[in-house]
Write a protein that binds this ligand. Structure first.
Ligand code: HEC
Length: 158
């Protein structure tokens, strides 16, 4: 009898507490759902922000390396058995940059490589990838003008 009464007494506040607790939990859950939603949004946003960065032009050394690989490697690549003009390392940017016969860092006009590109002599006629665009030429010129630096991920050997 006493037992039942006690249970009755305690059940009420407990039930009450539980209800409040449930209410709180649901608020917390909603908050959690909401915040994970916001988090999702922001992580959708993050690559978007990075996407903006990736639409910025490639660093010059990388860009020039890509141009050389596309337009010159056919005849001057390191894997070409008999490179044209006895020049077979255009894909090795560090070696090209260090070759004082071809490049005078900071001075495109005094660099044979730029002279040949500027005049349209290179890429030679018959190049599969065709001639360079004005933009590609300008990238090469700027690369030499800015010191013909090689990306930090590249070996700096000569
Ligand atoms: C279709 C083949 C071909 C392509 C593509 C080509 N070249 Fe050449 N290149 C030659 C030939 C052939 C020679 C040697 C004859 C000459 O000097 O005109 C030569 C010579 C050179 C030389 C002179 C080498 C030396 O030490 O005398 C340079 C520098 C050069 N090319 C740079 C380039 C660059 C940079 C590109 C890309 C933008 C390129 N070439 C694309 C065929 C090619």
């Amino acid at each position: 009898m006493t037992q039942t009464f006690k249970t009755e007494i305690y059940r009420d506040p407990q039930g009450h507490t539980e209800m409040r607790f449930n209410f709180l939990t649901s608020i917390l859950e909603r908050t959690a759902v909401l915040s994970s939603f916001v988090f999702c949004l922001s992580s959708f946003n993050a690559p978007h922000a990075r996407g903006d960065a990736s639409t910025q032009p490639q660093p010059l050394p990388e860009r020039v390396q890509t141009i050389f690989a596309t337009h010159c490697a056919e005849c001057h690549g390191e894997t070409v058995a008999h490179p044209r003009g006895n020049f077979g390392y255009i894909t090795n940017l560090a070696r090209v940059a260090a070759d004082t016969e071809l490049i005078t860092p900071g001075k495109p006009e005094q660099s044979q490589l730029w002279q040949m590109i500027k005049s349209g002599e290179m890429p030679a006629r018959g190049a599969k990838a065709g001639p360079l665009s004005a933009d590609e030429k300008e990238s090469i010129r700027k690369w030499i003008e800015s010191g013909a630096t090689v990306s930090s991920s590249e070996p700096t050997g000569k």
